[in-house]
Design a protein around this ligand. Structure first.
Ligand SMILES: Cc1cc2nc3c(=O)[nH]c(=O)nc-3n(C[C@H](O)[C@H](O)[C@H](O)COP(=O)(O)OP(=O)(O)OC[C@H]3O[C@@H](n4cnc5c(N)ncnc54)[C@H](O)[C@@H]3O)c2cc1C
Ligand code: SF4
Length: 478
């Protein structure tokens, strides 16, 4: 092992510089500045090169982290990029938005021994951003073109990762998406201060340059049916995500001024991309000057809170029924939200929305955290007589998402679903109950993470390749 490694003994953990909160409150630019090259080399050299790399085990795509850290520490960034992109189609995206504290970095042995984890996510971003800057990232060029084609429904990370993998094998790949831009939640869900939109669009341009054909503004169920896709292509992948917002069912839920998180975030992202959004312009989906309350404690809630700050809200509060330690959102994001001026009202739940026509406040109750349930999380129960009202004129619900009724939307009654409404797949092959129809990403897992969607997209692409080849072999033998 080069003597350059194990430098954690003399070098402390350091993230790339964060822009001051007063500055970042005013724009939607990413909050971290790029790593300077010498700092990045130093941080990579902190790696202990463990015999059993727990970081890699807890990375959903199984990134070979110790090896690319060693290559980066010894200045071999081109090889580090080749290695990191071998397991991950969008390493610079994961480097930016994976909840590393729960995945790779949370399991780094240096973190466990209180030395501070290697900044794996920031290094992954640095390696791949350098690769883009140096022109090392190239469109796919298959060794040979194959006659078969695959139709992919959904241009989110699952669909795009599968598209790239299948093009590498030489298949004709057609991606259908109901939106006017590719990227799924990467483009219309996750705000620009976490993931600059150009990072996503340069990826979709690269895929198009590599021969992937995009059919945008094309909704399966409206502009074409699953049956037609199955006739047109040799295999179909469904990667449509989950979009049915869980509703808030309290008295007053019919008042105006109550909006689901994704409507709010899509409007904000569209405005950032230069689109005209009437519901933003007339103020319905614009937090400027308003008292904003966001209900929920996940990453979506954090994104709404921090968007409202940037839109110039008068106040931004988060109502969450558990405490900080028990919230599903990344702790790093909670810290960023606090720095930017968000107020968290922990262990509090909404009981009713108040107002006459338009919401004016959220009547809330304090919660007691009892014993843990089977999932290990403490169960919240209301504390009698602890009511209080939070003034609000825009209330955003971020309570999670359920799958839409895919069989009904696709006119495919024989497409089997689980009891949660997600698509049922064979865990080995990712194939649904319909032969030649595969599924990947949130529509299989329920609301999850980008890195899991990439992993599933890659697995589905490998299974589709096997399925098509097996069909060829069978036909040749007949
Ligand atoms: C606000 C928000 C913030 C998030 N932040 C993070 C984060 O920081 N880190 C992280 O790892 N994860 C985050 N996630 C989760 C992550 O975005 C998802 O897990 C991931 O995008 C799922 O990928 P997917 O490809 O399965 O689906 P999606 O990204 O949802 O893409 C599905 C695509 O299918 C299209 N589609 C749906 N139905 C049809 C149809 N009938 N016809 C044609 N096209 C259709 C949609 O338009 C969409 O483009 C966040 C999610 C949200 C909502
Ligand atoms: S993909 Fe995510 S979990 Fe894996 S190394 Fe990168 S940041 Fe960590």
């Amino acid at each position: 092992m080069p003597s350059k490694m194990l430098q954690f003994i003399r070098l402390a953990q350091a993230m790339p510089d964060k822009r001051p909160s007063a500055e970042r409150r005013r724009d939607f630019d990413e909050i971290y500045r790029p790593f300077e090259a010498p700092a990045a080399t130093g941080q990579a050299s902190r790696c202990e090169q463990c015999g059993i790399p727990f970081c890699q085990i807890h990375c959903p795509v199984g990134n070979n982290i110790p090896d690319w850290l060693m290559l980066a520490a010894t200045g071999r960034l081109d090889e580090a990029y080749a290695l990191s992109s071998a397991t991950n189609n969008f390493p610079e995206i994961c480097g930016r938005i994976c909840p590393q504290d729960r995945l790779c970095e949370g399991h780094c042995v240096l973190e466990q021994s209180h030395h501070g984890a290697v900044t794996i996510g920031a290094m992954e971003k640095h390696i791949t951003d350098t690769a883009w800057a140096k022109g090392w990232v190239k469109p796919v060029k298959p060794i040979r073109e194959r006659a078969q084609t695959v139709g992919i429904v959904g241009a989110g990370p699952a669909g795009l990762a599968a598209a790239e993998q299948l093009r590498k094998q030489g298949y004709g790949v057609h991606v259908y998406d109901r939106h006017d831009r590719a990227g799924g939640l990467l483009i219309y869900g996750i705000p620009g201060f976490k993931l600059d939109k150009e990072i996503v669009t340069r990826r979709t341009r690269l895929l198009a340059d590599g021969g992937v054909v995009f059919h945008l503004n094309f909704e399966i169920g409206r502009d074409g049916s699953l049956t037609e896709l199955r006739q047109r292509h040799d295999a179909v992948l469904i990667a449509t995500g989950v979009y049915k917002a869980k509703a808030l069912s309290v008295p007053g839920a019919g008042l105006s001024g109550l909006r689901p998180a994704l409507d709010y975030l899509i409007a904000s992202n569209r405005v950032g991309l230069g689109d005209k959004v009437p519901a933003f312009e007339d103020g319905q989906l614009n937090a400027a000057g308003k008292k904003v309350v966001v209900i929920g404690g996940g990453d979506t809630a954090m994104d709404c809170l921090r968007t409202a700050i940037r839109q110039g809200a008068q106040s931004v509060k988060c109502l969450y029924r558990r405490d900080r330690a028990n919230m599903p959102g990344s702790q790093r994001e909670v810290g960023n939200a606090e720095d930017e001026g968000v107020e968290f009202i922990w262990q509090s739940a909404p009981e009713a929305l108040l107002g006459d026509g338009h919401v004016t406040g959220v009547r809330s109750v304090r919660m007691h955290l009892g014993i843990a349930d089977t999932t290990g999380r403490q169960v919240p129960t209301p504390i009698e007589g602890s009511h209080f009202t939070v003034p609000a004129d825009l209330v955003i619900t971020a309570l999670g998402f359920d799958p839409e009724d895919t069989p009904a939307l696709f006119g495919a009654d024989d497409l089997a679903v689980t009891r949660w409404g997600t698509l049922a797949v064979d865990s080995r092959t990712q194939m649904t109950s319909l032969p030649g129809v595969f599924a990947a990403g949130d529509i299989v897992r329920g609301a999850s993470l980008v890195v899991w969607a990439i992993k599933d997209g890659r697995a589905a692409a490998a299974a589709i390749d096997q399925y098509i080849r097996a069909g060829e072999t069978r036909r040749a033998a007949e």
